[in-house]
Design a protein around this ligand. Structure first.
Ligand code: ADP
Ligand code: MG
Length: 292
């Protein structure tokens, strides 16, 4: 055991008139997989962006291993042992797989990530060390044989693994994954679940994901967001059985639920920007469902 807990307390984020996060609190303990789920537009990515210093919350706090994160700049994260993957893939098309992962490893090597890859490596030894770290990360996620390929020539599932290797190459103590399973086949999904469980033995892992089968099998606990609020939290079994969660995914009000969001959700307000909520009609609602 260690003290590498992520503690998010009462985080509120507003984008103009839209409250993307509304007093969100959650705890991600070390050596566990903590899941965040919720319909499109619920605020999941915004929460990760807050943790990475990309979005400044109006109020609240987020601490990792006792250190406040909310006043940090994104480039300071690696120094604190925090790494994330992006929704989608986000690899550099002009760099080989190994070079992409070396970008992740450089922040471990020394401050100043970019100069190294731009040809300013101070010695061959630096470069060999970075490459060794990158290869170890690629090995860990099972795609080392593709090290010298260009990302664009590889199947989507392999590219997702490379992106994960890049995050791992910095040797993180807190790993934040934004939809790592999107676009993966059933078999790849199972392999990812196994990998995630294995990784969590050595770090604090937070995962956002739509694929419920993965979340149910891989997560120790799950927090459910809807319209920026935590509507449920608990073990996968507990949240799956929670009527408020089912209602949020169907875009209808739970019994006795909030009239405003719920009533709108059944018709137009519940439709997210990606064509509506799972199970919903996918109607032409206003973006994000927050407009009134
Ligand atoms: N930079 C931004 N500016 C304005 N609105 C944003 C911004 N980022 C996200 N939003 C809005 O905040 C809400 C939450 O978005 P997001 O965190 O991406 O949801 P999720 O990842 O759960 O699908 C959505 O309504 C989205 O349109
Ligand atoms: Mg998102």
């Amino acid at each position: 055991m260690n003290d590498d807990s992520l503690e998010v307390r009462q985080v509120t984020v507003r984008f103009g008139g839209l409250t993307a996060l509304d007093g969100v609190s959650l705890t991600a303990p070390p050596n566990q997989v903590t899941g965040i789920i919720g319909p499109n537009g619920a605020g999941k990515t915004t929460l990760l962006n807050v943790l990475c210093g990309l979005v400044r919350p109006e109020s609240g706090s987020a601490r990792f291993a006792g250190r406040e994160l909310l006043r940090l700049r994104p480039h300071q994260l690696a120094g604190l042992g925090i790494a994330r993957t992006l929704q989608g893939v986000g690899l550099f098309g002009g760099l080989s797989v190994a070079e992409n992962v070396m970008v992740g490893a450089t922040c471990h090597a020394r401050a100043g990530t970019w100069p190294a890859l731009l040809g300013l490596l101070r010695s061959d030894r630096d470069e060999r060390m970075l490459r060794a770290r990158a290869m170890a990360a690629l090995e860990l996620v099972g795609v080392a044989e593709h090290a010298d390929r260009m990302p664009g020539t590889l199947p989507y599932g392999v590219r997702k693994r490379v992106a994960l290797a890049r995050a791992l190459a910095s040797g993180p103590r807190l790993l934040l994954l934004d939809e790592p399973a999107s676009g993966l086949s059933e078999q790849e999904l199972g392999e990812l679940g196994t990998l995630i469980s294995a990784l969590a033995r050595d770090l604090t892992l937070v995962i956002i994901e739509h694929r419920m089968d993965l979340m149910m099998s891989a997560c120790d606990s799950i927090t459910v967001l809807d319209f920026g609020k935590v509507i449920a939290a608990g073990t996968p079994g507990q949240v799956q059985a929670d009527p408020a969660v089912t209602a949020a995914y169907l875009g209808i009000a739970a019994d006795g639920g909030e009239a405003g969001a719920g009533a709108a959700g059944a018709g137009e307000g519940g439709a997210g920007e990606d064509g509506g909520r799972p199970g919903g009609p996918g109607g032409p609602g206003p973006a994000g469902g927050g407009a009134r």
